[in-house]
Design a protein around this ligand. Structure first.
Ligand SMILES: [Zn+2]
Length: 256
């Protein structure tokens, strides 16, 4: 099986663009399309031709480049069934349990609603990679805008169940602010404290903090750790259901 090549690049103010390329069949997909210009520049730099856009959710900073890129390349736009009417140029609607081929790789679709009502995540098990959009971030998670806390927690649990060595690409570079908040929730987590320092160094050097892995997030992301007794105690929520503790952490981050 030909290796999947992945190219991540910054765009807009704090979004990430990601291109995935299957060399055997010369296919290239843009994971979301925050802006046409930056995606086109990244394609040119790599010498790749766009054949697909895989949309995670409808927000403009993830779909703003769809129509311009489609008219320039005639690429196929795949996106969430649950909010298809809001995805510019969508050709193919997908949802939970759907799979489709991307070259020699199978792409699996997970429904991960909460940030938006129809948000999806793309997983490519053969490459051990997931594209989580604005559901999961490094040391954080997306704002719960269209869903509720219980829904978002169920979505995060699906991602937590992926193999720990799954590499995760996310929609935004929010890690430094996430880390600052996370250490207030679980200051005794040594792995988190170390990671927060590493993040500061990466950002000071102008480097991205993404991608991450499921394993790293399970150890350091407080939004995935509502079951931890020290966190429950700090929040005064001992013995409360995970989704409620998660919801309290999310509310506190909103106010931070
Ligand atoms: Zn969003």
């Amino acid at each position: 099986m030909a290796d999947l090549q992945i190219h991540q690049f910054p765009c807009l103010s704090d979004n990430f663009g990601v291109l995935i390329h299957d060399p055997a069949q010369n296919l290239t997909a843009s994971i979301d399309a925050p802006e046409a210009k930056a995606v086109a520049a990244a394609l040119k730099e790599k010498g790749w031709t766009l054949t697909h856009i895989l949309t995670t959710h409808h927000h403009a900073d993830h779909t703003g480049g769809n129509l311009e890129l489609k008219s320039a390349t005639r690429c196929i736009i795949i996106g969430p069934r649950g909010e298809a009417s809001k995805i510019p140029g969508i050709d193919k609607q997908v949802g939970e349990g759907d799979t489709f081929s991307f070259g020699s790789h199978q792409v699996q679709v997970l429904d991960t609603p909460g940030h938006t009502a129809g948000h999806i995540t793309y997983v490519i098990p053969s490459a051990k990679v997931a594209f989580a959009g604005d559901t999961l971030f490094a040391i954080g998670c997306g704002r719960v805008i269209e869903g509720d806390m219980q829904m978002m927690w169920q979505s995060l649990k699906k991602l937590m169940a992926l193999p720990k060595d799954t590499t995760v690409y996310c929609g935004h570079e929010y890690t430094q602010s996430n880390a600052k908040f996370a250490v207030t929730i679980e200051p005794e987590n040594d792995a988190l404290q170390k990671r927060a320092k590493d993040v500061d160094q990466l950002r000071a050097a102008g480097k991205p903090t993404l991608p991450t892995t499921i394993g790293i997030e399970l150890e350091t992301n407080p939004f995935l750790r509502p079951h931890v007794p020290a966190i429950q105690k700090r929040l005064g929520m001992e013995g409360k259901p995970d989704w409620q503790v998660f919801g309290e952490i999310r509310e506190r981050k909103n106010r931070s």
